[in-house]
Each structure stands twice: as C-alpha cells, then as structure tokens.
Design a protein around this ligand. Sequence first.
Ligand SMILES: [Zn+2]
Length: 268
Amino acid sequence: MQPILLSGVVVRTTDYGERDRILTLYTDELGLITVTANGSRSLKSRSLVATELFCYSKFVLNRRGDRYTVKEVELIESFFDLRSDVSKIALAGYVCEVLAHVGTENLPDPDLLRLCLNTLFAIAKERAPQALIKGAFEMRAASILGFRPELSVCAECGEEGEDVALDVMNGAVRCAACRRETELLALPPSEEEALHPTILCLLTAAARVSLFYVIVCPLEKILSFRLENPEDVKSFAYAAETYLLNHLERSFKNLEFYKTLLLEEGQG
Ligand SMILES: [Zn+2]
C-alpha cells in the first residue's frame, strides 16, 4: 500500500503504554485525523520532538483500514517560544482545541490551517498583545467556518450607523437609533425570541473597524492593525470571543484556564 505524505499541526496528544502516543493532527491533505505514533516517546526516537503538541511536521503515514500509523516524521516548526510562558501555552492550547473541535476527516480547510499556524507563530513571537491575537483568530475562524458577520451597515436601516452593537446570532450590527426604536415598541418577545434571546455586544468605532479588518484582510497581514485604547481592546476582544463561542455553541477547557490566568494577573 502506498504511504501517505502530508503536513499537519499536532492539536492533541494522548500518551499510552510506555512509549506510544496517539496524535490528533490538523492536516493539509486530510483535515482532522487521528494517528498512532508507535515508539514516539522512547528517548532515542527522532520523532519525539516532531510529535509534540503544537508542532507542525511532515508525516509519512501508513493506512490500514481506517487507521493511520506514523512511518516517518520530520519537524517543520516547533513554535519553541510558546513553551516559555503558561499564558502562551493556554492560548495556543485553545487555538488547537478549536481546530480539534471544528475539523473533519477528509475535509481539509487550508485557510483554517494557515490561520492556526499564523496564530501559533504570533503567540510564540509576541507579534501583538495576546488580546488582539486571540480576537483576530476568533473572528477570522468564525468567518472561515461560515459565520461571517455583516459589519459595515446596520441591519435595520442600512446606514453605517453610530454606536452599533453586534447582534451575535444574526451576524449583523444594529445602530443605536434602531435599537432605541425597538425598545420604544416594547413588543413582548415572540416564542422563538424568548427561547433564543438576542446577544448584543456594544462595539466602539475602532473595535468595529478592527473586527471588519481581521475578517477581510490578507491572512498574512491579520495582525497589521492597532488598537491601543483599553476600551477599544476590551470591546474587540469581548465581541470576538462571544461571537465564536456562541456560534460553536460551547466553550473550551484551555480558554477557561487562560481566563483564570488573566484574572490572577489582574487583567481580567
Ligand atoms: Zn440602524
């Protein structure tokens, strides 16, 4: 049988036995797959580093039925600096957890893989404040996954609008004037609305522009925006996280851990 050649990032690892490891890979050719790396934990193994969490490596796989085993592996990028700081590990872990959750076998998404590699690199090399790296990842990932919001005009009046709020589940923004109008009408919510209350995130003007930017910009320039005012950063970060988590209908273990770290540092 012909071996399979592909590249992928290790998004989850589970050790078993004395020297073996099960890897979940997000790959360019096959999307999300689970592979067995026999002997990858023995000290002599050259594959030890290349099969660590967060590593981006070239794999030669054998396939038997629906099971893959690693025949050879060669490290492309270890993102070594990720391991220098617990908040970097938690944030990178969150990125990998998202990929492990949304990935599907035989449905590779090159944009999602590139976004992941880009984000891991940015976290490792501190290319921007973590809040911006994280928000950019969340908003771009949501867009790649088919939840791209319309941010440029108010969904009600079609104008650009001021003091807009992001209507998370409808992927739209509403201006202050239109929101006031709804409040004045004060209709009782329909059954559907009562079951799924509207989630609104107020956006500062700068946060709105930045959210729009990270969705439409070329991927390699995703961190070429600036937000310095703490209110703008907070608005951007809160909207991006709320948006992704609500569309995926879940939170993530590493994200919750990351947030406790921020609280401890007094940044939360
Ligand atoms: Zn409006």
